[in-house]
Design a protein around this ligand. Structure first.
Ligand SMILES: NC(=O)C1=CN([C@@H]2O[C@H](COP(=O)(O)OP(=O)(O)OC[C@H]3O[C@@H](n4cnc5c(N)ncnc54)[C@H](OP(=O)(O)O)[C@@H]3O)[C@@H](O)[C@H]2O)[C@H](O)CC1
Ligand SMILES: [K+]
Length: 511
């Protein structure tokens, strides 16, 4: 599903209005009707108190139109106009008049007004600001927002949580609505998926308000939300007349004294993701534990007991994942440097592999094109420098990915894969996966997919989704706290089964 910027959404509006020869208030009416239907389907006329807080732009206009529908269906409503500007939008005024025609007189709130009482049992509709927010809310509006947040009422936000900017971190973190549920129009917004801004919403859903399909199909988006539908289209089926050679020979290079487990996790994950053959290359201290723990694995060792000093590959692997538990000792850095020089096809670099590159950036030129980097936030910072907010982080990361021709996997609650200036936002995974070794498992899986012939970009997108899904399956059985990286490996098989199962109704709607 495409993620459009606010500017693209305004263009979609304009295009739809011109092509379908409608007036802008028709779109607003469609939006409000969709929200009303969503609420009505759940409340079925319950006599709960609904307090609508509406701004003076089109987000507020949506709220006014919604108030009319609610009143017509007998709901108990209180309408507040948050009077933060003299500039009212045309469609806000139109819907204000329509409300007055029905003898509903909103309560106008300005800087001097007393804050209205909100009970924890009320439902608050938040239609103060939408995607048009372009500066910090005034203090009195921020205080009203804080008052709503403190009320403990269920807060339903129209389009976006009010006060949440679409292209930067909030000016004041206290001046943003904490939404229980966001009903967002037509397309998801990037801000929903980033750590600085995603914390303001609990759940979200997209409502189709009838923006023109031609525009939605034709317009290129900088970011895309990756769901099951996209993943199924990447899947490479296993063939009846195939053998282990068909699915590639993968190599996992890493480990040092006390950190052999990282290689074990990555190798296991690589096998379970479908690679035909997997060989681990480790210092000698890893030999026995790996041979005992993973019988399917072949193990090659360095001449050194405790760390890697020279990576010799007696065969040409189809894919290599390197860096987990590697350490950054001088001989290892040299071995890593020689390894990069000798590699021509893309490699997957993680953990200490990335730390070495951050310590010696001149080595970046030896990284084969289309290689995959899988940094966690700290490793990313070492590679690209600091950032002021998530949006700047993404811009810097994109620039890095473009200049080094790297598929960059930015790990987080919604992991984002960046390549050639485009971002793919993942939808699977859970907080239980923030645990030791989870990243090693991901590296192993992505390497295993590359061994099977997935391109770097495909392997990264598919691997990240599969990894998150395996984590979700594990969490559904054992909860978040007990989730260990090896549980993720054990759920990879069920994650494949889930990907290949027919979509349920909700998934079908999202396609
Ligand atoms: N296609 C769609 O998705 C549709 C969405 N709709 C709804 O429209 C809003 C966007 O409406 P818009 O009027 O453009 O913007 P807002 O309602 O968010 O804001 C109104 C104006 O407020 C001004 N502004 C911005 N920040 C502040 C601030 N901190 N303090 C005071 N005023 C502020 C700004 O105007 P300026 O000229 O003063 O800069 C805004 O324009 C969208 O979110 C949906 O809810 C349509 O209803 C249907 C189609
Ligand atoms: K809103």
């Amino acid at each position: 599903m495409k993620i459009f910027s606010a500017q693209q959404i305004y263009q979609a509006d304009k295009f739809t209005i011109e092509k379908q020869q409608i007036t802008s208030d028709v779109l607003m009416e469609q939006a409000a009707t969709k929200i009303f239907e969503w609420i009505h389907a759940r409340l079925r006329g319950t006599s709960v108190n609904i307090q609508l807080f509406c701004g003076i732009g089109n987000n507020g206009g949506d709220g006014m139109a919604l108030a009319r529908h609610l009143q017509e269906h007998g709901y108990v409503i209180t309408v507040h106009v948050v009077n933060y500007s003299e500039k009212r939008s045309k469609d806000f005024l139109l819907n204000l008049e329509r409300l007055k025609d029905r003898k509903i007189w909103p309560n106008f709130i300005n800087a001097e007004s007393e804050l209205p009482e909100i009970s924890a049992n009320d439902i608050v509709v938040d239609a103060i600001f939408g995607i048009g927010l372009n500066r910090s809310p005034d203090d009195w509006v921020g205080q009203l927002i804080g008052h709503i947040n403190a009320s403990q009422a269920f807060v339903l936000s129209v389009d976006v949580p009010s006060g949440l900017p679409m292209d930067r971190a909030p000016w004041n973190p206290k001046y943003v609505i904490e939404s229980s549920y966001v009903l967002s129009f037509q397309v998801p917004k990037l801000a929903f998926f980033l750590p600085d801004t995603g914390v303001y919403l609990n759940q979200w859903e997209i409502l189709d308000i009838g923006l023109d399909p031609e525009f939605l199909t034709r317009e290129e988006a900088d970011y895309e939300l990756v769901g099951k539908h996209q993943i199924v289209s990447l899947y490479r089926p296993r063939l009846k007349f195939s053998h282990k050679g068909t699915y590639g020979q993968a190599m996992i290079v890493g480990g040092s004294y006390g950190k052999i487990g990282a290689v074990q996790l990555a190798s296991n994950a690589c096998l379970s993701s479908g690679a035909g053959l997997v060989t681990a290359f480790v210092p000698q201290c890893g030999y026995h534990s790996l041979q005992t723990a993973v019988p399917e694995l072949m193990v090659l060792t360095d001449t050194d007991e405790h760390c890697i000093t020279e990576i010799s590959m007696p065969f040409a692997p189809k894919a290599v994942g390197i860096g987990m538990g590697l350490g950054t000792k001088e001989p290892t850095i040299k071995a890593f440097k020689d390894f990069l020089k000798q590699m021509e096809s893309p490699v997957v670099v993680d953990a200490d592999g990335l730390n070495i590159l951050a310590m010696a950036p001149h080595m970046l030129k030896d990284v084969p094109p289309q290689s995959i980097f899988t940094p966690h936030p700290k490793e990313l910072e070492r590679l690209i420098g600091t950032w002021t907010d998530d949006f700047e982080k993404l811009e810097k990361a994109k620039a890095f990915s473009i200049s080094h021709d790297i598929v960059l996997v930015i790990k987080g609650a919604h992991t984002i894969v960046l390549y050639k200036g485009k971002g793919y936002v993942n939808t699977t995974g859970n907080p239980g996966m923030a645990t030791a070794g989870s990243g090693d498992v991901l590296t192993g899986m992505v390497t295993g997919l590359m061994a099977q012939g997935y391109t770097s970009l495909e392997a990264a997108i598919f691997g990240v989704y599969l990894h998150g899904l395996a984590g979700d399956i594990s969490a559904s059985q054992n909860g978040y706290e007990a989730l260990k990286a090896s549980d993720i490996v054990n759920s990879i098989g069920r994650a494949y089964v889930e990907i290949l199962s027919p979509p349920d109704v909700e998934e079908k709607e999202q396609e």
